[in-house]
Design a protein around this ligand. Structure first.
Ligand SMILES: [Zn+2]
Ligand SMILES: [Zn+2]
Ligand SMILES: [Zn+2]
Length: 177
């Protein structure tokens, strides 16, 4: 981070509305995920290389960057799509194991799903740290924490299906007590 002395307090900035669009190639089942800024998700089928991508679903979402209200450092999240919890898909799913261990410590574990050019990538440690700090700071339950970990800890994007928290829904994470 830019200034080590600042105890950052991250707030959302540069909010952009749009859709998370999922597409599937009906030949090889390759999945593609991207963020669309259009008013409605595009549903056209198209060919790319040997793949034929078809619209497979979408969800309303929001992109944002985080800015420290004290030192004005901005961390951009162009590549981040959402956060998900593992609902206990498999004993060997690392996200599942981590969630179970952290449960006893009052920590909710979320995997950050990020995509670049349609392919899933992991966010840098710095960015995961900023997300962890931002979402934890928004919780109002004393002692409760959120830990944001790399999406690749999931056993598989196809089997690890848990609760997906899109950014719009993040507000519901904050218990109004
Ligand atoms: Zn700061
Ligand atoms: Zn294909
Ligand atoms: Zn899982």
């Amino acid at each position: 981070m830019v200034r080590d002395k600042c105890r950052h307090l991250w707030n959302k900035t540069n909010l952009r509305d749009g859709f998370i669009v999922t597409e599937n190639c009906y030949h090889c089942n390759k999945t593609r995920v991207y963020f669309s800024y259009e008013d409605a998700p595009p549903k056209d089928e198209y060919k790319e290389g040997e793949h034929y991508f078809n619209y497979a679903g979408s969800a309303q979402s929001m992109k944002f960057d985080l800015e420290c209200e004290k030192c004005k450092t901005i961390v951009t999240f162009e590549e981040r799509m959402g956060l998900m919890q593992c609902a206990g898909c498999d004993e060997s799913c690392h996200l599942n194991i981590l969630s179970k261990i952290c449960e006893g410590q009052n920590i909710w574990v979320y995997a950050a799903l990020a995509y670049k050019a349609g392919e899933e990538i992991d966010l840098s440690v710095d960015k995961l740290d900023v997300l962890t700090s931002h979402f934890t700071s928004r919780l109002r339950t004393p002692g409760k924490k959120i830990l944001v970990v790399p999406g690749s800890l999931r056993k598989s994007p196809h089997t690890c299906r848990g609760e997906m928290l899109r950014d719009v829904g993040m507000l519901s994470l904050t218990p109004e007590t």
